[in-house]
Design a protein around this ligand. Structure first.
Ligand code: ZN
Length: 282
């Protein structure tokens, strides 16, 4: 077994989540698990991924999180370089299109790419003609088409890190920026929580990145990391309880989702989610 980012062979067991063993690379810090033969990532993201409280997978009700997601996305978009005239942005893993809309409000000509046809159809109702259905491993846009590409909490879902990074670099114009967020498996919160870390969500998360593995992966594709920060995201109290239920208790048995206060949104920061900005070298 060798590391999917650095190719190193110094691989050790990191922890066990249920019956699944999570491995980690001693050289770059990447962690991962190996899905069973025949596992298809596409099958994870049917309509129920976004609105099913009966399983520990995905979201109880993604639409209900719209306000807090938009706040988070608007803040992340605001940290991008100012868009030039007609500058195009692609949001990969666009889900219901909230980040595409927020980028549009910030002055970008914003497009989305979404693997789930059900989610893309929903996004397309508001952003007609600007949401493509497809995989980040085969982005249906030409080379150098975008001045910015964003992946908000998406990279960890992608099955082949190098194939994904190559595709992201391909569609970025030289000097363009790749902005992404992903969990930091080497953060204090991840280390202290062990197997109960809130981002060990299986089967949707396949890889768990460290700062070192991210820098290494992106550099291999001409993407120079310029900024790494652990920033707060906005979450409703209802969502926090949902995540705790799914990762601590490992189940989706529905707690009352609409208790008083469930919709209150707060900025949370466990310093275990990294924001990375990388520039596509000429
Ligand atoms: Zn490695």
């Amino acid at each position: 077994v060798s590391c999917a980012v650095c190719g190193g062979g110094a691989v050790r067991p990191r922890t066990r989540v249920g019956a699944v063993e999570i491995l980690a690379c001693s050289d770059c810090g990447l962690a991962w698990w190996t899905p069973p033969a025949g596992f298809r990532a596409e099958a994870v993201y049917d309509a129920s991924y976004f609105e099913d409280a009966a399983t520990s997978r995905g979201y109880d009700d993604y639409a209900e999180l719209e306000r807090s997601l938009r706040t988070t996305f608007a803040r992340r978009v605001a940290r991008l370089p100012r868009p030039g005239r007609d500058a195009r942005l692609l949001d990969v893993g666009a889900a219901f299109g909230f980040a595409v809309e927020e980028a549009g409000r910030a002055g970008w000509r914003a497009f989305g790419l979404e693997l789930s046809a059900a989610a893309a159809a929903r996004a397309g109702r508001r952003a007609a003609g600007r949401i493509a259905v497809g995989s980040a491993l085969h982005i249906p846009f030409p080379e150098a088409a975008f001045a910015a590409v964003t992946l908000w909490d998406v990279l960890e879902h992608l099955a082949d890190p190098h194939a994904a990074a190559a595709e992201l670099a391909r569609v970025l114009a030289p000097g363009g920026v790749l902005a992404l967020t992903t969990g930091d498996v080497e953060s204090l919160a991840a280390r202290l929580s062990g197997r109960r870390w809130h981002l060990f969500s299986l089967p949707e998360h396949l890889f768990f990145y460290s700062r070192r593995s991210l820098v290494r992966l992106l550099a291999a594709h001409g993407l120079r990391v310029e900024r790494v920060a652990a920033e707060a995201s906005w979450h409703t109290l209802g969502y926090v309880v949902e995540r705790l239920r799914k990762t601590l208790l490992g189940r989706g048995a529905r707690a009352a989702a609409r208790w008083p206060g469930a919709g209150v949104a707060l900025p949370l920061n466990l310093f275990d989610i990294l924001t990375v900005h990388a520039v596509r070298e000429a």
